[in-house]
Design a protein around this ligand. Structure first.
Ligand SMILES: O=C(O)CCC(=O)C(=O)O
Length: 278
């Protein structure tokens, strides 16, 4: 299971990276398996019933660290939305535009995750996935961010073989241009939760100060004013997944949800009405 600090990192940044969690023996097999293609899975198939024709993928999602992260993020028995093998060809000369893998998705208290598995060492030249930390809760429509070329604070994945990262469905990302002489492989599965995503991880460190530290990060591309909305959305998401709506360090959520209902005694709401509200 993930820790609360790791969950807070995911809620703040929109991603969680686990370096070299897939054993070398599987990484060595992976390129051939991915080249042969992974058989399709109908939308909405429960994970335990999916990939019946791909023993490799079953092993991948059952690795303890991977299974623990899936459970922590989307809960038991998620369904498979879709999967894909992404190969960025050696010297292919093109990058993918920045995009989110969703139309405007207004769910404040639920999210899908995308598992991305990299079977090889990925160098900067190989065009590892670019992502923009903290962009996942900004409501944009799929490829509308494609006109942005570079944002302050963006990251380009450089990682050892066997790395798995989990991305929030809304994060702005894209495959980079592969300037190397080696084809770069990535296998992706998107998971949909089937339970309410509340307290699904290891809660021992729920009130650790590193949780608050993760949740309070800002990112260099945030605007002074609009950037605050990201913190607001992040606090709402943390409240939802912890079931604790008292978490609100700077009181931004508290302020905008303050709608008192108590009417002061002996004051009429309508001064012309005969009946006085007590
Ligand atoms: O190939 C990559 O690194 C990224 C692929 C991608 O953006 C996607 O699957 O949506």
């Amino acid at each position: 299971m993930l820790s609360s600090v790791q969950m807070a990192h995911f809620v703040a940044t929109g991603s969680l990276r686990m370096d070299a969690v897939v054993p070398d023996e599987m990484n060595r097999q992976a390129i051939e398996v991915l080249d042969n293609g992974i058989p399709g899975v109908p939308y909405g198939t429960p994970l335990s019933e999916a990939f019946v024709d791909s023993e490799f993928v079953q092993r991948l999602v059952q690795l303890p660290e991977v299974a623990g992260a899936i459970h922590s993020l989307v809960g038991p028995e998620p369904t498979v939305d879709h999967h894909a093998v992404h190969i960025r060809k050696a010297h292919e000369g093109e990058a993918q535009n920045l995009h989110g893998d969703a139309i405007i998705d207004v769910r404040p208290d639920a999210f899908d995750v995308q598992l991305m598995y990299y079977p090889q060492d990925v160098t900067l030249e190989m065009g590892g996935t670019l992502s923009v930390p903290g962009s996942h809760l900004r409501r944009t429509n799929e490829s509308d961010t494609g006109r942005y070329q570079n944002l302050l604070g963006q990251t380009r994945l450089v990682c050892p073989a066997g790395t798995v990262q989990f991305l929030h469905h809304g994060i702005w990302h894209g495959g980079r241009k592969n300037d190397s002489a080696i084809d770069r492989y990535m296998f992706k599965i998107r998971f949909n939760p089937t339970v309410r995503q509340v307290r699904l991880w290891n809660l021992e460190d729920l009130y650790d100060e590193d949780v608050a530290r993760e949740l309070s990060q800002s990112f260099p591309w945030y605007e002074n004013a609009t950037g605050r909305l990201e913190i607001y959305n992040r606090v709402k998401l943390w409240q939802a997944i912890t079931g604790d709506d008292t978490f609100d360090p700077d009181y931004w959520v508290t302020r905008v949800s303050n709608r008192p209902q108590r009417v002061v005694s002996q004051r009429s709401v309508n001064p012309h009405a005969k009946k006085v509200i007590a």
